[in-house]
Design a protein around this ligand. Structure first.
Ligand SMILES: Cc1ncc(COP(=O)(O)O)c(C=O)c1O
Length: 371
């Protein structure tokens, strides 16, 4: 009998968020108000970035970042096939081509050597993804000398081995605030930036192409509506104040999983998210395990569900999605590491308030199913 359903994710919102949102509602200024620059300044300070620009989603942030560094028709952007589809789609928005390179089996992030092998005279940008909150090897990618745009949508709280926070190296880096993220505004995102010129272009393009000194209906370039509302910024600001607690909650849940799943690792060959190494620190976002080779993943997910444990395949390889296969002719075997990982990965329930008891129930359920 199922005693309790354990969901995959659960946002932690409390009185501080309610009060902050209520204050905006009562102020009457729901958009283009003072919470936007306040949230940007607090976020930039937290990351150690020169600037930050609030946007309507992580995807919108990546799109504006690619435009700011100058991606256009026919350019090639090297990125990871093991990511959420948005990091490749944004390249297509600018009629450029996403060129995939395989991942490192430990970090599941772009392998800098595979990136080097994929560079051509059309490559204009490298777009690493800090997947599952583990820092991509951006310092190694910097050695290639190409502009970098970082997908940090899953990586709030992550830190590189040299002590620089993910998003703080000066390259445009996009964070996402969808409901399952470390910090959420329901939908939303933030770009961290190291360049004054990028800040100016991005702030204009997110607001229909209007320069700061222009009137409401005057626009001097192509733009979008990628703004983040004051309500969303107030929610974000309130959570930023207790981000360390929320991140610590996730790290605690991850440590409990490591302990509870240890027997399945040694006896059944279950693979856990890599441990921090070389000074790199993960900003915990999801807890994704790789099932042993030969285990039926869909059957495992169904069996877990019958025991009240929610899980899902996470993530499918982008190049093997039907749209990418049809458009670019991708076939299995091109990126063997990404494909192997993608075929065996499942996300387990993971949120800051996941209790020891819930972790134990997930571990027991997985043990029963894999036995
Ligand atoms: C790696 C990655 N890239 C991009 C995105 C897109 O972010 P959003 O859903 O805020 O547009 C997400 C999030 O969902 C993500 O996980």
């Amino acid at each position: 009998m199922i005693t309790e359903e354990i969901p995959l994710a659960k946002p932690v919102l409390g009185e501080a968020e309610e009060a902050a949102v209520l204050e905006v509602l009562r102020s009457g200024q729901l958009s283009l108000g003072p919470r936007v620059p306040a949230f940007e300044a607090a976020f930039a300070a937290r990351i150690g970035a020169r600037h930050a620009s609030a946007v309507s989603s992580g995807t919108a942030g990546l799109h504006l970042a690619l435009r700011a560094v100058g991606v256009s028709d026919g350019d090639e952007v090297i990125t990871s096939p093991f990511s959420f589809v948005a990091s490749a789609n944004v390249v297509l928005y600018e009629r450029a081509r996403p060129v995939f390179a395989d991942i490192c089996p430990r970090s599941l992030n772009l392998d800098p050597q595979a990136v080097a092998a994929a560079i051509t005279d059309r490559t204009t940008v490298v777009l690493p993804v800090h997947i599952f909150g583990y820092p991509a090897d951006v310092p190694a990618l910097e050695a290639h000398g190409l502009p970098i745009v970082e997908d940090a949508c899953e990586a709030l709280g992550a830190v590189h081995g040299d002590g620089v926070a993910v998003g703080g190296r000066g390259h445009p880096a996009a964070f996402g605030f969808y409901a399952n993220k470390q910090l959420t505004t329901g939908e939303g995102g933030m770009l961290t930036l190291g360049s004054d010129a990028h800040k100016e272009t991005i702030d204009s393009e997110r607001n229909q192409g209007r320069a700061p000194d222009m009137g409401w209906l005057d626009h001097d370039r192509l733009g979008f509506n990628y703004r983040l509302s004051d309500i969303a910024c107030a929610l974000g600001l309130a959570q930023l104040e207790r981000l360390d607690d929320m991140l610590a909650g996730r790290a605690r849940a991850a440590a409990s999983y490591r302990q509870a799943l240890a027997p399945l690792v040694s006896e059944r060959g279950l693979e856990l998210p890599c441990e921090d190494a070389g000074g790199d620190r993960r900003g915990w976002f999801v807890f994704v395990v790789q099932l042993p080779h030969g285990v039926d993943r869909d059957g495992t997910i169904r069996a877990l569900r019958e025991l009240g444990v929610h899980s899902k395949p996470y993530l499918p390889a982008i190049h093997l999605m039907s749209f990418y296969r049809e458009r670019f002719g991708h076939r299995p075997g091109e990126f063997p590491i990404a494909e192997d990982v993608a075929a065996r990965s499942i996300a387990l329930p993971f949120f800051p308030e996941l209790s020891e008891g819930q972790v134990a129930r997930v571990a027991e359920a997985l043990e029963r199913v894999l036995r």
